[in-house]
Design a protein around this ligand. Structure first.
Ligand SMILES: *Cc1c(COP(=O)(O)O)cnc(C)c1O
Length: 467
């Protein structure tokens, strides 16, 4: 399988090359040249498979030429062995024909573990094959950093540097990163905000001359195709669990960068009968404004109770636009140019009609978020984190029918966001699972650096192991 850029101006590349870079050289995002198709009968025959075996069936066609079957199976088995639930992704029924898909049983208690545990083992394999070492550099406002660190901590061919804004991430989130003390893990607290961190990462990808010779940067944010690919699996898993594929289903997805929900879109294209995908946003609602009123315009960032969805622009939306515009790379280039110069664009009629055929959207502000958390634990003793609460609330607003299953993705464990849970009136501090109960007693290791690109880059150059 080859991968092409959404801007249409670079040669097709292999799976391995795509995973080991970030953006395409023309500034676009990589997507598969064609999408594997499964018949209803084939999907139906997967009922009863383990999560790992299902992962293999769904992902194999995407990587076929680059990884032997036994290796792919091993990578999958290793990735999901760190999850602390036998079902990996259990479903909890929260209403009539309504389920929550719990995606927070991985090592860092957020759904990003599904992709980053897989990516860590995948990179380890690919780098071992090529006898290469790489540097991972990423910026985080919370969940991505810890999930990336947990995914890569045992990879001897990777040095990982995660930038977070000093004193601006929650204590649970910081400790999940800084208490991992393996020698290839480096946490940098930047004396600036999240945008400063992200800009430093972007500039560093643009000019990698600061790295020791022979090293290059690999991206672990959701522009990395392997992350999206691993997330397709749980859409099949959930649908099969509630009567699919013969029974059609819908999903509601708390959305930030549009990575998770784009995986749902791909599942649908691969043949899974999904009627509706609900884009659930917080007050940072660029996608909701785009779908409901054709207003894709940048607005000031709002700091919400669901910080992992606090984004101004969703980078993976470009992957959907590429399909909405018949895979015309030059049309995407034009839209993106317009967006860069004016801060907004509008979809044409055909594109708008298409996107509305599958997607619905709902904006859920902080007040509605805490109300949703409160309602759920008072009516059924089920405690939601703020991101998952947004998904459930939006799912209820956007039902196709009372009979059709609505599956709402729960993307984080409530103990990661104790402040929001307390604001919702919950009378206790939500408890961390047993394996993390001593998080607040563990030693931390991180370096505080000034908000200065060259300081950060020289720090990285000095820490990259040269062996
Ligand atoms: C990252 C994240 C999201 C948003 O996922 P996207 O793929 O960026 O849309 C939602 N909830 C939680 C808890 C997250 O960590």
């Amino acid at each position: 399988m080859k991968y092409i850029s959404t801007r249409g101006a670079c040669a097709p590349q292999s799976f391995a090359d795509v995973v080991l870079t970030g953006l395409a050289p023309d500034g676009g995002l990589f997507v598969p040249e064609h999408i594997p198709q499964f018949s209803i009968d084939e999907i139906a025959s997967w009922r009863g498979l383990s999560y790992e075996e299902l992962s293999f069936r769904v992902m194999a066609p995407f990587v076929a030429d680059d990884i032997p079957e036994v290796k792919l199976r091993q990578i999958i088995a290793d990735a999901y062995s760190s999850f602390r639930h036998r079902a990996i992704a259990p479903l909890v029924q929260t209403g009539t024909n309504e389920w929550v898909l719990e995606l927070f049983h991985g090592p860092t208690l957020a759904f990003k573990d599904f992709a980053l545990q897989f990516l860590g083992h995948l990179l380890d394999y690919l780098l071992e094959q090529r006898q290469q070492k790489v540097v991972i550099m990423g910026a985080t406002s919370g969940d991505t950093g810890s999930a990336a660190i947990e995914g890569c901590r045992r990879c001897s061919n990777i040095d990982i540097f995660i930038l977070h804004p000093h004193q601006r991430v929650s204590e649970v989130q910081r400790r999940q990163m800084t208490t991992v003390v393996d020698s290839n893990i480096h946490n940098i607290a930047v004396e600036g905000n999240f945008d400063d961190c992200q800009n430093m990462v972007k500039s560093s990808f643009g000019d990698q001359a600061f790295l020791p010779q022979g090293r290059r940067l690999v991206a672990v944010n959701s522009i990395n195709w392997a992350r999206i690919m691993a997330q397709i699996v749980y859409y099949f898993w959930a649908a099969l669990s509630v009567g699919g594929p013969r029974r059609r289903v819908s999903f509601s997805v708390p959305t930030g960068n549009f990575g998770d929900i784009f995986a749902g879109y791909l599942a649908q294209k691969m043949g899974l009968p999904i009627d509706r995908l609900v884009i659930a946003t917080n007050a940072n609602d660029i996608l909701h404004r785009c779908i409901s009123g054709n207003d894709h315009s940048k607005q000031a960032l709002v700091h919400s109770l669901s910080p992992s969805m606090d984004i101004m622009v969703s980078s993976n939306f470009e992957r959907l636009l590429f399909d909405l515009y018949d895979q015309q790379g030059n049309a995407i280039q034009q839209l993106m140019d317009r967006f860069a110069s004016t801060g907004k664009f509008e979809l044409d009629e055909a594109a708008l009609r298409r996107v509305r055929g599958l997607f619905a959207s709902c904006r859920v502000d902080d007040e509605q978020t805490v109300a949703a958390i409160h309602d759920e634990y008072t009516s059924s003793d089920y405690l939601l984190d703020p991101h998952s609460a947004i998904g459930l609330h939006a799912g209820r607003q956007c039902r196709v029918s009372a009979e059709q299953p609505m599956i709402c993705l729960a993307t984080a464990h409530p103990a990661k966001f104790p402040d929001a849970v307390r604001k919702a009136g919950y009378p206790h501090t939500p408890e961390l699972p047993q394996h993390m109960a001593d998080l607040f007693d563990r030693d931390e290791r991180f370096d505080v650096l000034p908000n200065d690109l060259s300081a950060v880059q020289s720090f990285i150059a000095s820490k990259v192991s040269v062996l």
